[in-house]
Design a protein around this ligand. Structure first.
Ligand code: FEO
Ligand code: CA
Ligand code: CA
Length: 713
């Protein structure tokens, strides 16, 4: 049966780049209350480029609900407001600190970066490394295609349904089973990691964040129960051996032999638990009375590949999988509310599995919301959930090894008004390549200290959007720094513990990743529709009112809130393990014609418009690469190269665009900057299986999420 879903009562803005203000042309008539309609009929309108389907499936309509953080802690927008002196936004001095040699190709790339110039590079091809190639900037578009610069090739490496595990059956969209799905490439790939085995062989690791049932299932073929069982098997992660015929190109493909490395991790795969909370009574359930084995990982969004060759993955909007028709225990109400967990159970999984029923198993939600670690190179090793890294809506986790050997993990909690975190290990990284060293490194995330960030503006007199920050300790493995809180309670109810120490409310922190070339840390803050309403603003604040485009080519229109997001740059004071840092805005995203936008002072006539930064990566020269989710400028999402040092600091160049309905995930730059990877998530969103709105990658009569590699030919 086709699944019908309750419509949200008001315009949800998860994937919050919604282009609503001033736009009524495509606004659907929102019902005042709940009624059953296929929500995918609700296209366009208040969501800008995001459909109702993404909000429902990906984050359980998080933004349609009250902001979970109701504390009085200062919001980053307030901090920025205090720090801002309205400056000349059209151009201005470069703010670069440090220097990366761009070379003539870099100079040509920056000078040639006019998105509306049709991508002419005038023979500017000077090499095959995307770090310094003057590629032809891809202009904004609404194509049902993955568009890359002229001279670049792109191939699908793995798509939903492709066989992964040895012996996996061939995919048939009309004969899907949970057993088959648990062996095939899952749905909605997000994080992409590539671990080299040799120069021509590697392991591809991908997250499968969530499922779009309306796109996956032909109408009338599957019961709701069957859909749920297939869906839980289509979540999780994939590890897949890949290879290429030559080191001179990027034409990667799955290895023919389906190596023993190949495996699927699903919403039902057993995970071991590490750190102070392992075995704690708050993790114990009927099926796991010892609190040591958790079935499955869910809503795995971004992640990070560690120096010891494992992959970290963030369990993000895990709240949506829980519900009940019974009574939620009264003593759980506060914690559940802070995490957006409610009886609603929008996916209905509590109707199939008791463990997702909040009345029957109120501890089960405590077993999700962690950073998980998977070891692709040791396929027999059980994946683990690291409780020492805290429990929240983890976007991802990225590692920096300080000179003293301690490991620092940077993390964001992707919710409007939530916080930035870091973890510092107690033990030191061992760079040896022995199995013993690797095993020891795999335990680094079990002991150390978890911190939350407070940002303070340093005043408006300097004309900079900047300030200082401090890392506030929350708990070590053997000590709580939050008065009245145990270590276990801090780590399980991390949001609530952090609320008590006055950290800074951020605008949906997505990826937080250190740049290994310049040592600074970059944060994608994707958007916040409530800026200027729930969170105070003033006229000087560049993100209090945003200029958006309801459709490609339409005039810019004002919209309330921070609709296009920004990129924050942090610099550790002395050491990444220390308690102090400085910060500044690198980008205030949007259309360069919009007055509030800022590109580190780089001339705005030479940058690509960018909206809703989500995931970040770096090439070997230290250039920042940004993928977007929810473009509020009427265009498809994409991936951008951004110079962060030298005279081109702030130059933003669109490298590719994803197909209709999709967001761009990853990204990843590998193999001497010759390969650019992107995960194309939810292509065709806004349509249904029966009435598709997009068919990318055009291999079937339905769209398929897929991981793509591009390279210069
Ligand atoms: Fe899954 Fe924060 O995006
Ligand atoms: Ca300042
Ligand atoms: Ca994301």
């Amino acid at each position: 049966m086709t699944q019908h879903l309750s419509e949200p009562a008001s315009a949800p803005a998860c994937c919050d780049g919604a282009a609503d203000a001033g736009s009524t042309a495509a606004s659907p008539t929102a019902p005042a209350g709940r009624r059953t309609l296929p929500l995918w009929r609700r296209q366009g309108g208040p969501h800008g480029s995001r459909s109702w389907a993404t909000c429902f499936y990906r984050c359980g309509n998080a933004c349609d609900k009250p902001v979970p953080n109701t504390t009085d802690n200062e919001h980053v927008q307030d901090v920025i407001t205090k720090a801002i002196k309205r400056r000349t936004l059209l151009g201005g001095a470069a703010v670069g600190a440090g220097a990366v040699v761009l070379g003539t190709a870099g100079a040509a790339a920056a000078a040639d970066n006019r998105w509306n110039a049709g991508g002419s590079t005038a023979g500017a091809v000077r090499g095959k490394m995307v770090s310094n190639d003057a590629f032809a900037v891809v202009p904004p578009n609404k194509k049902d295609a993955l568009t890359v610069p002229r001279g670049y090739a792109a191939v699908v490496v793995a798509a939903w349904g492709d066989p992964v595990a040895p012996g996996a059956p061939r995919f048939d969209v009309y004969k899907q089973t949970a057993e088959a799905a648990a062996q095939q490439f899952g749905y909605n790939n997000d994080y992409v990691g590539v671990l080299n085995i040799t120069q021509t062989k590697a392991l591809l690791v991908a997250n499968h964040e969530y499922t779009n049932e309306e796109l996956m299932f032909p109408p009338g073929v599957y019961t709701d129960e069957e859909q749920r069982r297939i869906a839980i098997a289509s979540h999780g992660m994939s590890v897949m051996a890949i290879e290429r015929r030559s080191t001179s190109h990027g034409n990667w493909a799955p290895s023919a032999d389906r190596s023993p490395y190949n495996k699927r991790i699903t919403g039902e795969t057993p995970f071991a638990v590490t750190g102070p909370v392992a075995g704690h009574e708050r993790l114990r359930t009927t099926d796991d009375p010892e609190g040591m084995t958790i079935l499955g990982t869910l809503n795995n969004c971004a992640g990070g590949t560690t120096p010891w060759g494992t992959v970290l993955s963030g369990e993000e909007n895990f709240n949506q999988y829980f519900g009940t028709t019974g009574q939620i225990p009264a003593d759980r109400a506060t914690a559940f509310a802070r995490y957006g967990i409610s009886a609603e159970g929008s996916r209905g999984w509590h109707l199939t599995w008791d463990r997702f029923d909040l009345a029957k198993e109120p501890n089960e939600p405590n077993r999700f919301g962690w950073i998980v670690e998977v070891d692709p190179l040791w396929p027999d090793a059980a994946p683990v959930k690291h409780t020492m890294l805290g429990r929240f809506k983890h976007e991802g986790a990225n590692v920096y090894v300080e000179r003293n050997g301690r490991v620092v993990v940077y993390m964001g909690d992707d919710e409007r008004g939530d916080y930035l975190y870091k973890f510092v290990s107690a033990e030191r990284y061992d760079p040896a390549t022995t199995n013993a060293a690797r095993a020891k490194n795999k335990s680094l995330l079990t002991k150390g200290t978890l911190f939350v960030a407070r940002l303070t503006g340093d005043g408006t007199e300097d004309g900079q959007w900047d300030g200082t920050g401090e890392w506030i300790p929350l708990a070590s493995d053997n000590r709580s720094y939050v008065p009245g809180w145990s270590v276990a309670d801090v780590l399980i109810d991390t949001r609530l513990a952090a609320d008590t120490v006055s950290p800074t409310k951020m605008d949906r922190p997505e990826d937080v990743e250190p740049n290994l070339v310049n040592g600074r840390v970059y944060v994608a803050l994707t958007n916040n529709s409530n800026r200027g309403t729930r969170f105070p603003t003033d006229e000087a604040n560049p993100v209090g009112t945003s200029m958006v485009r309801p459709s490609l080519g339409a005039p810019l229109q004002p919209a309330s809130g921070n609709r296009n997001g920004y990129v924050l740059e942090m610099e550790a004071t002395g050491s990444h393990t220390g308690g102090a840092f400085t910060w500044r805005l690198l980008l205030v995203c949007g259309d360069p014609e919009a007055p509030e936008t800022y590109f580190a002072g780089y001339p705005k006539s030479r940058v690509s418009p960018i909206s809703c930064p989500d995931n970040v990566a770096f090439d070997s020269a230290g250039n920042l690469w940004v993928s977007t989710d929810g473009n509020a400028l009427g265009s498809n999402d994409g991936i951008f190269r951004v110079f962060v040092d030298g005279p081109y600091r702030g130059a933003t160049q669109q490298f590719l665009t994803t197909p209709l309905g999709a967001e761009a995930c990853g990204p990843l730059i590998t193999h001497g900057d010759r390969c650019v990877w992107v995960a194309v998530q939810h292509p065709g969103e806004g349509g249904t299986f029966a009435e598709p709105a997009g068919l990318w990658p055009h291999t079937n009569r339905y769209p398929r999420p897929a991981v793509v590699v591009t390279w210069k030919v």
